[in-house]
Ligand binder design. Structure first.
Ligand code: NAP
Length: 549
């Protein structure tokens, strides 16, 4: 991968826009501002190459859960026609190759400062400018600040007592070494069974001497059924991309399949089982789309739950292990639903053990392994933390942003993130966030919501420039109304019922419990954003600033 990394181009000084992050969002944002609007824009990126979350998440089994023909940019017909995915779900290395291909094709790397950590972003009221300082003391200045730092990019490494005393090696899946990890002959302990952990287990099991999985919350999973793409399918995608894109743009989750317009109770039990079997065989996130009421009606959700628990019991041979895996405390898909390649099957291997740390929590990490509260000890050579992220807000707050009158973003969001449309925060003029909290973001297939945000921001900046407007910022009233709408949208679904979910910030000790993504559907959100722009940026204050002479 590093062969594809670019060098620091040394962009500095006065710019029109500073973009933080060179993942899907930052790359497209740079292209739009620089090549469509003709602005002077630069990207600051802490990684040594493009890729964003995929630059860091190179853990064993790292693969996207969205299907490849929906997990790419759709803005350029030329790029769609030139690029060819090889598998149903793209692996992290292929996604990085794709983003490098796009960055090279659009000649983006010359305006990206790689290996550059942002230490602070300060709004200068008098000058109406943002100053971004990086770890080497460089200061960039621009009228617009666009944070494109991703929703899942700050690793959550639990501060388990004794962690630093561990004599073996430990790794977080989201900060995986580029040279890889050799598990040969090793006793590995993996903490975490979210989407990441579920992908990693079968691969680590196959490579290591022994794998112990420490499970706090049991999880549902549906087989991904990954496979190489056939030449016919590749051709189908190229020939029908307009139609595929139209589907992605008109569904609540931005995927290339539609949620079926039927209730789980429109059919009898035998028919329902057949439908679930059909979706199970098809594999992937589409299982959730088998009935329209799975996310809204607990009784409907229970039918999916029972089916999926049955599959765990059918697959896992040891009944005690099967019961631990099937002891799931939340409705299906109220946490982000994982998909897998032989996850439950991995527990049938002789070298894999499951430890339930809900009933017997981890008390400490010792030099030789993990000790539980019961006193049970597990000797390990390597610990893998598949423990997720300080999602949606962690990376934004990590930028040390201060707005008008020196207001820290941390303070403005003390009780949880407060945005208008996820795009802007009151008190932080001309700062835009791509897929911020309060936008559909993680509840949507990411490239779809990213493209919508980047295009909205680009059109907005174009509007400001064309109308000689110096500042845009949401009104506090618009923010209040949006925050309350985001809560209502979540409450209309079953999602808040998963108390441990990172959607609520519940996975990070001390983080305010607020449902962060917008659950009203990407298609609804897109229309709202368009309507707001068409109504003269309703809910935003647009100002001409008198800059001090
Ligand atoms: P996650 O969903 O937050 O899962 C973290 C796991 O670690 C959970 O099982 C959690 O248990 C456990 N955990 C955390 N702290 C712990 C502690 N102190 N002791 C014991 N267990 C602990 O994180 P993730 O699996 O990395 O996934 C995050 C998100 O990234 C996904 O939901 C998805 O949106 C995205 N993702 C996407 C893909 C893809 O597209 N292929 C792949 C991976 C991830 P609790 O549940 O009890 O907190």
């Amino acid at each position: 991968m590093d062969d594809m990394a670019a060098t620091n181009t040394g962009n500095s000084g006065e710019l029109d826009a500073i973009i933080i992050g060179a993942g899907f969002s930052g790359l497209y944002q740079l292209h739009c501002l620089r090549d469509r609007l003709g602005l002077k824009a630069a990207v600051v990126e802490r990684g040594g190459g493009v890729g964003g979350t995929w630059y860091w998440n190179r853990y064993p089994g790292a693969r996207c859960d969205s299907e490849s023909h929906s997990y790419w940019y759709s803005f350029s017909e030329e790029i769609v026609q030139e690029w060819e995915w090889t598998e149903r779900y793209p692996g992290h290395a292929e996604i990085c190759r794709y983003l490098n291909f796009v960055a090279d094709k659009l000649d983006l790397k010359r305006d990206i400062n790689f290996n550059t950590n942002v230490t602070s972003c300060e709004y200068d009221d008098a000058a109406n400018r943002w100053h971004v300082t990086t770890q080497d003391g460089t200061r960039l200045t621009a009228k617009y600040l666009i944070t494109a730092v991703g929703c899942l990019s700050t690793a959550n490494v639990p501060n388990i007592p004794g962690r630093d005393s561990f004599a073996g090696d430990w790794y977080h899946t989201g900060q995986w070494p580029h040279e890889g990890v050799d598990f040969t002959g090793k006793r590995v302990g993996q903490i975490g069974t979210g989407s990441t952990g579920i992908q990693a287990v079968p691969v680590i099991a196959a490579e290591s001497d022994h794998l112990t999985v420490f499970q706090r919350t049991a999880n549902y999973s549906v087989p991904a059924r990954n496979a190489p793409l056939t030449p016919e399918f590749k051709q189908y995608v190229k020939d029908n991309f307009a139609e595929i894109r139209e589907c992605m743009h008109s569904t609540p989750n931005g995927h290339s399949f539609r949620i079926r317009d039927r209730s789980a109770f429109d059919v009898n039990e035998a028919e329902r089982q057949d439908i679930y079997e059909e979706f199970w065989d098809r594999g992937g996130l589409e299982f959730r789309a088998s009935f329209q009421d799975l996310m809204f009606d607990k009784k409907a959700n229970d039918t999916a739950r029972e089916f999926l628990l049955g599959k765990i019991r059918e697959t896992v041979k040891d009944p005690e292990t099967a019961e631990k895996l099937a002891n799931i405390d939340h409705p299906y898909a109220t946490k982000r639903p994982p998909i897998d390649s032989q996850y439950f099957e991995a527990y049938n291997r002789d070298n894999v053990a499951l430890v339930d740390v809900r009933s017997d929590p981890i008390s400490e990490i010792t030099p030789t392994g993990i000790r539980l509260e019961s006193g049970a000890e597990h000797e390990l050579d390597i610990i893998v933390f598949a423990t997720g992220f300080d999602a949606m807000t962690g990376s934004l707050l990590g930028l040390n942003i201060t707005g008008r009158d020196g207001l820290p973003l941390k303070q403005a969001w003390e009780a949880g993130p407060r945005t208008y449309l996820g795009l802007q925060t009151a008190g932080f003029p001309n700062m835009f966030t791509v897929t911020g909290p309060g936008s559909p973001s993680v509840l949507c297939n990411m490239p779809v919501c990213i493209e919508q945000h980047v295009e909205w921001i680009t059109n907005c900046i174009d509007h400001l420039t064309s109308n000689n407007i110096d500042q845009i910022e949401p009104t506090p009233g618009a923010v209040d109304a949006w925050v309350s709408h985001v809560n209502d949208a979540a409450d209309a679904t079953l999602m808040p019922q998963a108390g441990h979910s990172w959607y609520l910030g519940a996975n990070v000790p001390g983080k305010p419990r607020v449902f962060m993504p917008y659950a009203g559907g990407m298609h609804v959100y897109r229309d709202k954003c368009n309507e707001i722009a068409a109504n003269g940026y309703q809910g935003f204050d647009l100002k001409q600033q008198t800059v001090e002479a």
